[in-house]
Design a protein around this ligand. Structure first.
Ligand SMILES: [Zn+2]
Length: 313
């Protein structure tokens, strides 16, 4: 097949696709779409590598890592891990980053990035917001609420796991696949403090970027690229980034497309289970914003993906 499009961040190996991941990936491949299945913890990381090998000679790759929300008790998402007891037990305890376990996966030739890793403070921001609304004290006043100490501890756990993964990316010479929510200040501080062990020419990608143009500038200066998904096809909404302005601002060689399937399907599939084949809708929108043809946008993104992930044609 000739690769024309690239889905730089997807989860076609998650439980949401357990009955039809092969067909789902085939639908992408016949459309000329290459893809990276991204792990979020031990099992989904191992699975991403296994699925990449099932499509040995096809442009199906893996990213492996520990997502920041999985460093502690987290919301259980059946689309990610399935509904089984062991999956539920996992989300109720979280995971400590096991360097050697992930290093083995990282060295696999089909693995093209380390992640998703990073920082996710969204739950903590929500927590503080609820407290303000209730005018509650610093003590958690409802069931499941987090105290200030717990929030601090959870942030520390995320930071420790992220630093380990920055080291891993450095040790194996592969780029980072970063997830960041409501934590851009800490993220940029951490990356700046560790810039000496970032792979200078190719430190990695900020997936599903939701920061400001100012954040983007700092991350560009550090050498990062940015992926955009279904949300660029949605009408602008208060509280969400101005994607149009962001995409216009970013140099073409720092932009990639993604689906983050099974989540956030682009228009006209919005609300349905997302899949890699839908990445074309996002590329169409990126081309429109950049004022270039679909072919030119797709070609640029493919070039970027080949450079960043070290993929040969
Ligand atoms: Zn993801």
């Amino acid at each position: 097949m000739e690769v024309k499009f690239f889905d730089a961040h997807t989860h076609a190996h998650f439980a949401a696709f357990k009955d039809d991941y092969r067909e789902t990936i085939r639908r992408a491949l016949v459309t000329g779409i290459g893809l990276v299945n991204v792990g979020t913890q031990r099992d989904t990381s191992r699975r991403a590598v296994e699925v990449a090998h099932e499509f040995e000679n096809e442009p199906v790759y893996a990213a492996i890592g520990l997502h920041p929300i999985h460093t502690a008790k987290s919301h259980h998402d059946e689309n990610e891990l399935g509904g089984g007891e062991s999956a539920k037990a996992f989300t109720s305890r979280g995971e400590e980053f096991d360097y050697e376990y992930y290093k083995k996966l990282a060295l696999d030739p089909k693995t093209v990035a380390i992640g998703e890793c990073g920082l996710d403070y969204a739950a903590f921001v929500r927590e503080e917001h609820e407290r303000l609304q209730k005018r509650a004290s610093a003590e958690a006043s409802r069931e499941g609420g987090l105290t200030d100490d717990e929030i601090k501890l959870r942030k520390e756990k995320q930071i420790v796991a992220f630093i380990e993964q920055i080291k891993l990316a450095h040790d194996v010479g592969k780029p980072l696949m970063i997830h960041c929510r409501d934590a851009f200040k800490d993220l940029i501080d951490m990356l700046t403090a560790n810039h000496q062990i970032l792979n200078t020419n190719n430190p990695g990608i900020i997936h599903f970027f939701t920061g400001t143009t100012d954040d983007a500038k700092k991350l560009l200066d550090l050498g990062f690229s940015f992926t955009f998904g279904g949300t660029v096809t949605y009408p602008p909404k208060a509280g969400m980034p101005d994607y149009r302005a962001l995409v216009k601002y970013l140099p073409p060689d720092r932009i990639l497309s993604e689906t983050d399937a099974p989540y956030v399907a682009p228009v006209p599939h919005r609300g349905k289970r997302n899949e890699p084949a839908y990445v074309v809708e996002t590329v169409k929108k990126l081309a429109e914003i950049k004022g270039i043809s679909l072919e030119a946008m797709a070609g640029q993104i493919l070039k970027n993906a080949e450079r960043i992930f070290g993929i040969q044609k």
